[in-house]
Design a protein around this ligand. Sequence first.
Ligand code: FE2
Length: 189
Amino acid sequence: MDPSKPALRGSGERPTSPSLLANPLDFIGVDHLRERQVCAVIDGLAAADALDRRSATAVLRFLNEELNVHLRDEEEDLFPLLARRCTEEDAIEGAIDRIRADQDEAMRLLPEVRAMLAGCLDSGGSLTAEERAVLLRFAAHVRRHLVAENAILLPIARARLTRADLRTLSKHMRMRRGLADPAETPDAE
Ligand SMILES: [Fe+2]
């Protein structure tokens, strides 16, 4: 892959390109493709006889550097904006509650997933059957979260969030990644 080219939309092979942050819902959508790709790698780790060190390292890096920021984008910005803008007929609260339950379960398993991958990389050993089951459970919760968000939350967000909301979301996502806001103007409807 040519590193001078921006990340392809939807490849999921690399961290989502910051160039998409101007369209924060697109960025989140591509982050979900990235998560889906990493879940497939996690499934592969759980199925393989011997640990693929390169894949395990890539998953650890994703967990440490990308997943937490993505979940904060949603918990701290996207969900509150949706709750503010959506009408009762959108029935968004129940959907957000279910998505949060999967996120919470993934986050509960996260320290164990990190520790087992780091432990195997350190020792050169293989994953136990129990550890493989934890990996599969973790990937299943992450996958359910992104499927529900793609099917329910992102389409509603595209319909309901205002331009000012999207600017705020973009700005906060940039700040969370230590990037400057290129359009530092007061939000106005
Ligand atoms: Fe998400």
